[in-house]
Design a protein around this ligand. Structure first.
Ligand code: SF4
Length: 402
């Protein structure tokens, strides 16, 4: 098939894709070339990434039943792309107390969640003890929940407030019950870009230090990239290169998630004049390049349905991705920047969307343990059975642990 396709492909792109299909590692310079692929080149790129995805991870599409919990939207870091943060005197500022957070966790479990993804603004009055107190309270009441919590920015803040070494601080959070870290706050790992996006945010070196230290302790993280604003393909290629380099060293990334920038309601677009987010082609290109670039290092390339919507998400799953992300149940960060794609995708919707593109839905844990395959739609569980399954899974997991 590739031979026929080559007639419409630039010779340089054909050479790069052939090397990828032969299993050779994609160099950064070639990734940069693919990041501007258009027309026949783009179609060939998507086909190659989809082929590699099928060869490497098969036709399953995974998703996780999870809830986002943002404990506060008060933040004084001032990232120009953020529509979520509030100053504490704004009428819609919030800082949830522990009982509200526990209620949210209880609701999530009621709806079948296995994971709570907890992040918030950098509240100037919060410190390391506040973060740990929340973790302890949640894990005491809901030991079965996986707590995917605290971005490297929050880790940096809590660590600076504590008197501990970074390694000890992370271990202290792990001992309290943090199971993995979101690899957010990465945006573009290039200080030239970060200084424009968020001059007060942690620099590249600090993000890398936190991630490497977490991985060294056996604390897994995800990895992300935010694109479609002021970056150039060379910044994206270098970011991918840095993530791959860390992964070769630590093996601690569970997934890579390209996150399209949402432009409507923030200063980066309205004041600083960034691009108005990514195009659909850019979204597909980046997913495809990510699959080829991370091959054999990071197997899970996730589609962000919050950023792309369901239909483009289905396309991206046909261009190299294998994971549809989480149900979320509640989502403020993208919505308050202007995303129109809602806050919740139910497990039933995930299964339908995945089957519509001819693939097999698989519910996974945060760390990509396969929980259930759904080979036959006729055998899909009713809602109540879903919950009973999760309760018995957890009971057997706990009895093994004991
Ligand atoms: S992106 Fe995070 S750190 Fe930056 S302003 Fe928004 S909430 Fe604060």
């Amino acid at each position: 098939m590739f031979e026929a396709m080559k007639k419409t492909v630039h010779p340089e792109v054909a050479r790069i894709l052939e090397a990828c299909l032969e299993g050779r590692e994609l160099p950064e310079a070639d990734a940069e070339r693919l990041l501007v692929a258009e027309g026949g080149d783009l179609h060939a790129l998507m086909w190659a990434a989809d082929t590699v995805r099928r060869d490497d991870v098969g036709d399953d599409v995974t998703y996780v039943v999870c809830r986002n919990v943002n404990f506060t939207n008060v933040c004084y870091v001032g990232c120009s792309f953020c529509g979520f943060a509030r100053h504490k005197h704004q009428s819609d500022a919030y800082d949830h107390d522990i009982s509200t957070l526990l209620d949210k966790c209880a609701e999530a479990i009621e709806r079948g969640a296995t994971e709570i993804c907890m992040q918030g603004g950098i509240h100037p009055k919060k410190n390391h003890d506040d973060y740990r107190r929340v973790v302890l309270a949640i894990k005491e009441r809901f030991p079965e929940l996986h707590l995917h919590a605290f971005s490297p920015e929050e880790i940096d803040w809590g660590h600076r407030k504590s008197d501990m070494e970074l390694q000890d601080y992370l271990q202290w959070l792990m001992d309290a019950g943090v199971g993995s870290l979101p690899g957010t706050a990465a945006e573009i790992l290039d200080d030239e870009i970060r200084d424009i996006l968020s001059p007060r945010k942690i620099k590249t070196q600090r993000w890398v230090e936190i991630i490497r230290t977490a991985h060294g302790l056996g604390l897994p993280t995800t990895s992300t990239l935010m694109y479609g604003h002021i970056e150039q393909p060379r910044h994206v290629a270098a970011h991918l290169g840095l993530i791959r380099e860390i992964q070769k060293e630590t093996g601690g990334f569970t997934e890579f998630v390209p996150l399209g920038y949402i432009h409507e309601m923030n200063d980066l677009y309205n004041v600083l004049g960034s691009r108005p987010g990514s195009t659909a082609f850019e979204d597909l290109r980046l997913v495809a390049v990510s699959r080829l670039f991370m091959r054999s290092h990071i197997q899970n390339i996730q589609v962000s349905w919050v950023k792309m919507g369901h239909k483009l998400g289905q396309m991206a799953l046909s261009a190299g991705a294998n994971d549809f992300g989480g149900t979320l149940m509640e989502e403020s960060i993208s919505r308050e920047s202007g995303s129109q794609f809602g806050e919740n995708t139910s497990p039933e919707d995930f299964r339908r969307l995945i089957r519509e593109i001819g693939r097999t839905p698989v519910e996974r844990s945060t760390l990509y343990r396969s929980l259930r395959r759904f080979d036959d739609p006729a055998l899909d569980p009713a809602d109540a059975e879903d919950k009973a399954f999760r309760a018995s899974e957890e009971a057997s997991r706990l009895s093994v642990a004991l």
